[in-house]
Design a protein around this ligand. Sequence first.
Ligand code: CP
Length: 332
Amino acid sequence: MPIEIKNSSSQPLQIDSGGRLLHFLAIEGLDRQRLLQLLDSAAQFISSDTNVRKSQGSLLAGHTVVNLFFEDSTRTRTTFEIAGKRLGASVINLNTSRLSTRKGETVLDTVRTLEAMDADIFVVRDNSSGTAHLIARHVPPHVHIINAGDGRHAHPTQAMLDMFTIRAHKGDISKLRFAIVGDILHSRVARSQIAALQILGAKEIRVVAPATLLPTEIERLGVTALTDIDKGLEGVDVIMMLRLQLERMEGQLIPSSQEYFRCYGLNQDRLNRAAPDAVVMHPGPMNRGLEIASDVADSDRSLVLSQVTNGIAVRMAVLYLVNGGNADEMNA
Ligand code: CP
């Protein structure tokens, strides 16, 4: 199934009648002010030496965050755990291979069971599109759901930590040209990045991939689709590489790993086509020598580890805001 092109709105589920962020499920349906508020709130969790502040221990004291990851994760799960702990929450990481879902219990019954133990924020990753939305539709108002990646649909906290990192390193997003390069077809990250960049008014968004990895109607999202990476990178300020998601591919969509790297891998020569001060991003995990050359990934133009660090602050802000935190008080 290709990336969903239709612009779905998650607003009725995400925002309550008083305008507060109740769940964080997708970028779509949020407005510019909400995204800026989230970025500004995350900035409050960064200390002056740019390390994420070690503790804001009272903001989520007495609350329980459950990391419910039915798919593998290193960055997202761990940074949510650190974020929750720095806000003073109890954080529970469930080993989903040991859960009673394997005995036939539904994910909704699993969530209700954990709610009965006073869990009140669930961070959910699943390989099916829509799982976090489904749970959000069935929980009481005091329970909050954060989408940590659902199938090919959305990865909104990744997009926001990317926006945070771009703003920190390159300034005003509306003045910048972007190239998102790689496996667009299977990428929930690309979909959320495109939505966030559009809401924040990016000057230009290009998506670059072989034709087999480009959704046919992607340009309806307001981006320019290119199959020639050299043209795609010409003059851009930010290159956002994507992982080749071999585990989600049905059939042979690339000739071979070597051929893919030769035609679409980001190497130093290709990086030279971008603006002289262009930066390189990758959500991770990276496949070195497949979508990105090691010398580029490790160069001073690479923001990959900055993205990881900023993920803690952005996830602290998301946890704080969905739990009823007041962005205006924080940003005052
Ligand atoms: N970017 C990202 O979602 O990484 P993880 O799969 O390690 O969480």
